[in-house]
Design a protein around this ligand. Structure first.
Ligand code: PLP
Length: 454
């Protein structure tokens, strides 16, 4: 049992997104190797969510990462990227990222995580419009059920009343448009061309209703996480680009989860023909080994915000920390050397087929995803597919997470209006491990289906 540490945690540690006073035990993760983690008792689990979509390399590269970290700390432990001062690790990483990013995206602004990267995108966007003589572009378009971080600015783009309402009105004026989830829509939306046209028309109508001269940017994930691994229809991202160009707003791809190989590419947007002005990354940029985020800036925007005399009056003490930058450089080196992206591309078809095979189970409403990133939307006991309180408690809160954990899998179960089960395994996972993940989910959902009385 984890009583010792769990008791100390209950006394002193405030967990994120947790009812800290509920008296529920804390699950203490003590160690990890490969795609597995170990709890305080030594029980091993598949790290089916890569921690929190971070551990692209699993937990096996500690010696190499530690070697890079030690070398950097011995050379330079800290120096800021502030007031025309920089250090080699950040400079080299910025160059490296420019080489991996889509053509024309050549600058990086570093931060300590995803929300900071998103807020940086917002501030750079504001600078861009102001310097071009359009300070009235103050509104953001984001998408329903989006999650872009929880700091006060990024929270404005996050569409979840449970997360936003306790903190009052949003800091940034945001309008939400549809995401690309077609589950439950009219049958004609199964056609990519029809669905894309429908989604783009809605965005265009919103822009026109608000006034194009008021729209600063549109932010979207290539595959939306929080709505449950929602992939875009064909033509959607090129359509977003065309709308951004037509109405003069900037297009921001939030790749905090989809970047660094999760979809088999350095940037998930590459898969969908995205040509964003700004890209936000974090999490996988260091494979979870150090806190880091970055906002990558396209040439067209950089030319404006870098105009002689223009000051980028924004910054974070630890943005681009030498330790984190050195770890990121080594992470990228390892991912290239060990062909981690190729592993995702080679195995994603099998994983997708395995996940799709769950579609016939009574408790499964929809299965979707790409790369090593998949979700199952759950169907409940009510005639409309929703869950009664009793079924929600018995299945979504209790049986499904418990059954998966007992079988040795850590995956995510979102207890939302439409509950979801989600996986994002380490990108070094092999086929037997992916098969085992699908098998555990299948057994779990089979048992849950049998417990479901409609
Ligand atoms: C798409 C997206 N953007 C931004 C964030 C915020 O990142 P962080 O928690 O590092 O601030 C997250 C976190 O999960 C995310 O999924």
């Amino acid at each position: 049992m984890t009583t010792g540490l769990a008791a100390t945690a209950a006394k002193h540690l405030l967990l994120n997104m947790t009812s800290n006073g509920s008296g529920e035990g804390v699950f203490v993760v003590r160690g990890g190797e490969g795609p597995y983690v170990r709890d305080d008792d030594g029980t091993r689990y598949i790290d089916g969510l890569s921690g929190l979509y971070c551990c692209q390399l699993g937990h096996s590269y500690a010696d190499e990462i530690a070697e890079a970290a030690g070398k950097q700390l011995r050379e330079l432990s800290y120096s800021p990227l502030w007031s025309a001062s920089a250090h080699p690790a950040a400079i080299e990483l910025a160059e490296r990222l420019a080489g991996l990013a889509p053509a024309g995206v050549e600058h990086a602004f570093f931060s300590s995580g995803g929300a900071e990267a998103v807020e940086t995108a917002w501030k750079i966007t504001r600078r861009y419009h102001a310097l071009r003589g359009e300070p009235g572009r103050t509104k953001v378009l984001a998408r329903h059920s989006a999650y872009h971080g929880l700091t006060v600015g990024a929270l404005s783009f996050t569409d979840d009343p449970g997360l936003t309402e306790p903190y009052g009105p949003p800091a940034i004026d945001t309008r939400f448009v549809s995401n690309t989830n077609r589950h439950g829509l009219a049958p004609e939306m199964a056609d990519d061309a029809v669905f894309t046209a429908h989604l783009l028309a809605e965005i265009e109508d919103t822009v026109l209703a608000e006034g194009p001269e008021t729209i600063a940017m549109l932010i979207a994930e290539p595959v939306q996480n929080r709505g449950g691994c929602i992939t875009p229809p064909e033509g959607y991202w090129p359509g977003l680009r065309a709308l951004a160009d037509r109405y003069g707003f900037l297009l921001v791809a939030d790749e905090v989860i989809t970047g660094f190989g999760r979809l088999g590419e350095w940037f998930g947007g590459d898969r969908y023909g995205a040509a964003p002005d700004l890209i936000t990354v974090a999490k996988g940029i260091t494979a979870g080994c150090a806190p880091m985020g970055a906002t990558l800036v396209g040439q067209r925007v950089a030319e404006v915000v870098n105009r002689p005399g223009a000051v980028l009056n924004h910054g974070y003490t630890f943005g681009g920390h030498p330790l984190c930058a050195a770890i990121s450089l080594r992470t990228i080196e390892i991912m290239e050397r060990d062909q981690v992206l190729a592993n995702v591309r080679a195995l994603e078809g099998g994983l997708a087929n395995g996940m799709k095979s769950l579609a016939g189970l009574p408790i499964v409403a929809d299965v979707r995803g790409a790369g090593f990133f998949h979700a199952v939307q759950l169907a409940g006991d009510l005639p409309d597919g929703g869950f009664s309180d009793a079924a929600r408690q018995a299945l979504v809160v209790d049986l499904i997470p418990r059954r998966m954990r007992d079988a040795g899998l850590l995956a995510r179960v979102y207890n939302r209006a439409a509950p979801l089960l989600q996986i994002a395994p380490p990108l070094i996972s092999d086929r037997p491990l992916l098969d085992r993940i699908v098998e555990i989910i299948a057994d779990t959902l089979d048992e849950a289906s049998r417990a479901l009385t409609r």
